[in-house]
Design a protein around this ligand. Sequence first.
Ligand SMILES: O=C[C@H](O)[C@H](O)[C@H](O)COP(=O)(O)O
Length: 237
Amino acid sequence: MSAGTDPIKLMKQEVGKAAANRVQSGMIVGLGTGSTTAYAIEFIGNRLKSGELKDIIGIPTSFQAEVLAKKHGVPLTTLDAVDHIDIAIDGADEVDPQKNLIKGGGAAHTREKVVDAFADQFIVVVDSGKLVEKLGSTFLLPVEVIPMALAPTLRAIEKLGGKPELREGIRKAGPVITDQGNFVIDVKFNTIENPAELEKALNNIPGVLENGLFVGVADLILVGEVQEGQPVVREIQ
Ligand SMILES: O=C[C@H](O)[C@H](O)[C@H](O)COP(=O)(O)O
């Protein structure tokens, strides 16, 4: 997959490569979802093919990650077959200065949270446009809900001060269906003052499976930036 000359794609490619270079032989690797992680999966596959990496096994966070891993020759397993994950690499939709995240732009946040939180080290790969002072300022917060609970869940989210809307498919009539067979509600909050509290309050609504707030989960953020016309990677520890 070539990034061409698009600066955002070039940043994603560079940051994906930087994350893939942190994987060492013998590791169990959480494979995230989205356009940035796709580059990391491709580079891990390239390193395996060249013989530079050996004995890697991946845990996919979505159907998309599974398909990409197979395409690039990264062997896969499931969580019930391992007792730890060494490293997880995943994208994000927003990152705040405390390394808290909004995820779920690709409706994969439920499985991502399981894999990313379970990993010994969780590396986030983003382009610089994802950095925000406060979560919720540029991106709606995704919440996965069980279909039969849609109506009461929408009301409960409004009571928490959010403006919810059911995510609709693109080139598919009707709602987006997650890998678990559920709906996603995207919620507008007028910036999120206390992400930890909101994460718990949303997950406490009966019918909510998981929301896209990742609080205190990320260990390292790799940020793709363009400096003097060249893509570079900055680390936020
Ligand atoms: O559900 C999708 C994930 O949380 C993605 O990791 C997130 O949306 C970032 O994706 P991208 O790298 O394509 O911006």
